[in-house]
Design a protein around this ligand. Structure first.
Ligand SMILES: [Ca+2]
Ligand SMILES: [Ca+2]
Ligand SMILES: [Ca+2]
Ligand SMILES: [Ca+2]
Length: 764
């Protein structure tokens, strides 16, 4: 009944595929996740049963004690080492409890994620109710490695993998991961792989190039998320990860599947459909589509008398895709079930990994891999320019199967840039393939980008993909609707910062520099991100200069996280929905100078939040008319803030917030601060503030009791200029350029005072 709402199944041509194969109950998909609601009417018939533990022999899991004729007897009846694992097992390390209870290891889904994924792969289908799974009859083994909050630890997950492999799972579906690899987890996966288990995992949703594990291990099929138009998912608030390590894409937006009883993954009630169903998005949902298809492939192969190895299943999956649209690599294409089921045979087309797009290659390259199979006819190795080539050039071909070096490829006389290598294996009258992408960089050169495609390529990201370390990109005037990902050391310049416009189309970021170094970005107008216009994460030695950074919808002009030793200068940063520039999470030793930062709805510059951002220099900026303060400092240590002109900000010129003494004082000097509500609003201790001119602010200074203390308001002999001094201390006498009576900072704290207030404004 819901089939019309399952766009993903139509996209992968599931109906035609089901005319060939609907899945055999002997094929088992282990879903390692938050468990499964095995009572859900749309999956209960497809839940794997461990017959040895089904002690009432009814083919169902009856999760109550044997004395009530259930399956629970607190014994390991089948001797596999696990008690009462009737449909799988709960590996979540249970927290110690003082109430002694008998263990119940049922992998119940208390989160909803696992049931949703299981339904996508193999909901009971054609039973007159609910949704269709990719496979109709294959069994789901419920292996719980994540708790109700979605947290899981590697040790538990490794146990989950080994359990699935030891209990005859054919496929393991893993809709989860993290950005670090683990030897323990890899060993578990290698063990499963050696037993012939097909391993499939989600690529992650952070819209970045970084490897996400377990998807990124070599023996695991990495699945990115695509949308209804067969584009890599890039929405306002998330995007599928990408990169040469991705194998295939599969549908991953607005996927209708099962809702585990009592759960609401997004917690907003809005994604629940008719009580038993749920709409969710992410590469988590893409992954079980591939797992379900792998189950169909195995089922059909079984009927054909074939026992396929994981690498053969992967070959079929990757050789039957439809084209995907993406400016960054998102796998060979989007899976197609119907095409896959027409290509079932025992063939391997597999290329070994080459240096990925973060590295570069030079000279002659050995292309290694495997080209073999039943009724083998021929293999061809070819290359094409770019990440989704339309033209291919043959490197070599052979009528003999081979394992090892398949071809030698000399890149010396090629133009530098990104290339795709494709291995085609012809066997059984069909064609099979694998691809790798790499970047050839034999020389330093400049790539040109032109919106009309006359003087260069049309798309900036294409040039970024082509550029090796040290290369340059020159972008002619025009408006480019792009979201750029920069990860090599390149010099990116626009022809004219008023008219070379990169418009982010309200997608997450316009320019994302993640784990980057020595990137130069200048001469652009960068507008219309959903989050920050420029995002620097874990990056250093980046120079951002002479740009206009304008109108981020929900966040800041420039956001730095964990990024140090960068230089941001001579930019105009205005009209952003939050801060002009924000430094977070140990971003240190950055220089922010000579920018104009105005009309942002939040603060001009925010240095913030524990862990603090130390040792930055903020100098010679013009910071005006921002909706909050000119500069907001939260717990900063050892920063230097000088030479700035700060005026007409709604709250304060400089706002010191956070009641903890810094390890090293931040110095604030030589600034001109005028026409703000507060010139300086001090709500924290330990600053040194001198040689500033506080002129005609509604309140030139205010110290908040009891947090502002031990601030020093002079350099030992000279303090600051306060335009309201004389009206407050009419009897003061001049004494060598300073007034004879200290300037007490307004507020309840008597000790906060400028001992040497200046008679005349300070002039640098
Ligand atoms: Ca039973
Ligand atoms: Ca057992
Ligand atoms: Ca038992
Ligand atoms: Ca180059």
């Amino acid at each position: 009944p819901y089939f019309d709402r399952q766009w993903a199944l139509k996209k992968i041509e599931a109906s035609d595929a089901w005319n060939i194969e609907t899945g055999d109950p002997s094929v088992i998909i282990a879903v390692i996740d938050t468990g499964i609601d095995y009572t859900h009417p749309d999956i209960s018939d497809n839940v794997w049963i461990n017959n040895g533990e089904d002690i009432n022999h009814n083919g169902r899991f009856d999760n109550w004690p044997f004395w009530l004729n259930g399956d629970i007897d607190w014994r390991d009846n089948d001797g596999n080492g696990f008690v009462d694992d009737v449909i799988g097992f709960n590996f979540v390390s249970s927290s110690p409890t003082f109430i002694i209870t008998l263990p119940n290891n049922a992998p119940k889904d208390d989160n909803g994620h696992g049931t949703h994924c299981a339904g996508i792969a193999s909901a009971a289908t054609d039973n007159g109710i609910g949704i269709a799974g990719v496979s109709w009859n294959c069994k789901i083994m419920a292996v719980k490695g994540f708790d109700s909050t979605g947290k899981g630890v590697v040790a538990d997950l490794a146990e989950c993998i080994v359990y699935a492999a030891d209990n005859n799972a054919d496929i393991i579906s893993m809709s989860w991961g993290r950005y670090s690899s683990s030897q323990l987890e890899k060993d578990a996966l290698d063990y499963a792989y050696s037993k012939g288990v097909i391993l499939i995992a989600a690529a992650g949703n952070e819209d970045i190039w970084s490897k996400f594990y377990p998807a990124a291990y070599e023996n695991v099929i990495a699945v990115a998320a695509s949308d209804e138009s067969d584009c890599r998912v890039l929405l306002s608030n998330w995007g599928s990860n990408f990169g040469s390590w991705i194998d295939v894409a599969a549908p991953g937006t607005n996927i209708l599947s099962l809702r585990a009883k009592g759960t609401d993954m997004y917690g907003d009630g809005a994604h629940i459909v008719d009580k038993y169903y749920y709409i969710a998005s992410g590469s988590s949902m893409a992954c079980p589509h591939v797992a379900g298809l792998a189950a169909l492939i195995l089922s059909k192969a079984q009927r054909d008398g074939l026992n396929l190895k994981p690498i053969e299943v992967k070959t079929i999956l990757c050789s039957s895709t439809d084209e995907i649209t993406s400016t960054v690599y998102t796998g060979v294409g989007r899976i197609n079930a119907y095409k896959a089921l027409q290509k079932i045979t025992s063939v391997v087309a597999s290329l070994d990994p080459l240096p990925d797009e973060k590295e570069e290659v030079q000279g002659e390259i050995k292309i290694k891999g495997i080209a073999e199979g039943k009724n083998f006819q021929q293999y061809i190795v070819e290359y094409g320019k770019g990440i989704y080539p339309t033209k291919w050039t043959k490197i070599t071909e052979s009528d003999n199967p081979k394992k090892g070096v398949l071809a030698l490829w000399n890149t010396v006389n090629l133009n530098d840039g990104a290339y795709t290598i494709r291995l085609k294996v012809k066997a059984n009258g069909n064609s099979y393939e694998d691809r790798v992408i790499l970047v050839v960089d034999n020389k330093n050169n400049t790539f040109y980008v032109d919106v009309n495609g006359k003087k260069g390529c049309r798309c900036i990201q294409t040039a970024v993909n082509d550029a090796g370390n040290g290369d340059s990109i020159y972008v002619y005037k025009g408006t480019y609707y792009e979201n750029l990902y920069i990860y090599r050391s390149i010099n990116l310049s626009g022809e004219d910062r008023n008219n070379t416009i990169v418009d982010g189309n309200l997608k997450p970021h316009v320019v994302k520099i993640y784990e980057g170094s020595k990137v130069k970005l200048n001469g652009f107008k960068i507008v219309n991100s959903y989050y920050s216009n420029i995002w620097l994460g874990y990056s250093s030695l980046i120079t951002i200069s002479n740009n206009i950074i304008y109108s981020s919808k929900n966040s800041s002009g420039i956001l730095l996280g964990r990024s140090s030793n960068n230089n941001i200068s001579n930019n105009i940063i205005s009209n952003n929905a939050n801060n002009g520039i924000i430094l977070l999470d140990r971003s240190s030793n950055n220089i922010i100078s000579a920018n104009i930062i105005s009309n942002n709805a939040g603060n001009g510059i925010l240095l913030g939040i524990i862990p603090t951002s130390p040792y930055n220099i903020i100098s010679n900026n013009i910071i005006s008319s921002n909706g909050e303060s000119g500069i907001l400092l939260l717990y900063p240590s050892g920063n230097r803030i000088f030479g700035n002109t700060i005026f007409l900000n709604s709250h304060s010129g400089i706002h010191l917030e956070g009641g903890v003494s810094p390890r090293e004082p931040t110095e604030i000097f030589d600034n001109n601060i005028s026409h703000n509500y507060y010139g300086i609003y001090a709500k924290s201790p330990g600053y040194i503030i001198y040689h500033n001119n506080f002129v005609n602010n509604k309140e030139n200074a205010y110290a908040v009791w009891p947090l502002a203390m031990d601030n020093r308001w002079d350099d030992g002999s000279m303090g600051n200029y306060w335009s309201d001094y004389e009206e407050r201390y009419p009897n003061a006498k001049e004494n060598n350029g300073v007034w004879s009576i200290p300037y007490r900072i307004p507020g309840k704290i008597i000790r906060e005072r400028d001992r040497y207030p200046l008679v005349k404004p300070w002039k640098g």
